[in-house]
Design a protein around this ligand. Sequence first.
Ligand code: UD1
Ligand code: PEP
Length: 425
Amino acid sequence: MVSYRVRGGNVLRGTAFIQGAKNAVLPMIGAALLAAEGRTVLRNVPVIEDVRRAVELAEAIGAKVEFHESERTLVIDASRLTSPVLPAEIARRFRGSVLFVPALLHRLGEAIIEGIGGCNLGSRNLDFHYLGYKRLGAMVDEGEAVIHIKAGGLLGAPLYLDTPSHTGTENLIMAASLARGTTVIENAALEPEVLDVITMLSRMGARIRGGGTGFITVEGVDELTAVEHTVMPDRLDAGVFAMAAAITGGDVSLVGASLEHLGVVRWKLEQMGVEFEEHGAVLQVRRDRPLRPINVITDTYPGFATDLQSPLMTVACLAEGSSYIHERIFDGRFALAGELNKMGANVEVEGSRAVVHGPTPLHGAGVTAHDLRSGIALVLAGLAAEGETSIGSGYLIDRGHGALAQRMQALGADVVREISTSDGR
Ligand SMILES: CC(=O)N[C@H]1[C@@H](OP(=O)(O)OP(=O)(O)OC[C@H]2O[C@@H](n3ccc(=O)[nH]c3=O)[C@H](O)[C@@H]2O)O[C@H](CO)[C@@H](O)[C@@H]1O
Ligand SMILES: C=C(OP(=O)(O)O)C(=O)O
């Protein structure tokens, strides 16, 4: 059992290194499995549990994978895939397992999905994925426990997404890249991670136009080759460290953060009183005035990222007035409110809306991470709280943030990662 212990009150100052993006590297591992020859090299890979699970899953289907963690580099040899089964015990532990399906369909003609994990955020449907595969010519059998997808050679087709699904767009682009003929995907996702995946696939030989426009055209090719690619920085990790500076009234330099990728998050934090300054490739973030309340509506990119809604809720607890949050992407993403209230916050939730009545001084407590982002949001709460906060289910935080305690400690925070055995030893 992993937990995080945070003693609050320290003002964060110094330099933090932003990791590579979780939500880019997972589809890139899926893309690497499309290459039937050679070895793919991925650099700037975040050392997080989701990547470790992805490595295990790739090995389970026959790929040879080396994760050189200290070099943050993955070397993937997918020349021999041997099993179409994504086994439950690995696949259920992270969402990225769903991104292995296109490679299995092209390389082995079928994918057998025994489970799909990821954060528990309410309904997380995959109907756009399945509908897309069907339109490309696959047969999808959605059983109670196992999903079986079969494809005897995919054919390009016009596709659309009801809403611009992040992994849905990536999966359909990958499926279309080796399908015969042309595929057009309407209402495609615009996230920077999706564009980074398109860049990698294009280097591999895929013919993809329209990334970032919402209309993507893919001309199928016969094969894709193994390449070297550097994963983009993680804008969610950057957003969290910016908010850590904000909540403690600190001043931090973020190496590898991009203001462009932060988008609306930057404007919202500025409205709250946070200052950003770019010094070449380093982003400085500081806050030395009282926090103002904020209104936030989450949306697909370029809207406010739902994954940063939880950390922002924590920051809003210290703002001088009431903040309003409308969560539009997931229908179960407010479990954090109850945990923050245990720490002295006053957050009211009604349906998809939350009101954060600030400012409320926070005090340390024993709290639980319900998902990755509520976990990191509780670490932020602990930084601002009086006394000690203990955050359980820390594995969920480790799914998406590597070396968190060390990186926080480097800024002067008192954050410790602890491991205990289940029998209390
Ligand atoms: C590994 C990864 O990249 N995870 C990210 C990805 O998740 P993920 O790709 O799972 O999120 P989606 O964009 O697909 O889902 C967004 C919404 O669309 C709905 N939907 C999606 C697909 C579908 O076939 N049918 C359907 O109804 C979902 O239920 C959800 O309400 O994007 C989310 C939204 O930015 C982020 O929070 C996750 O961090
Ligand atoms: C929801 C998230 O991840 P996943 O889609 O991997 O569950 C997240 O990163 O906050």
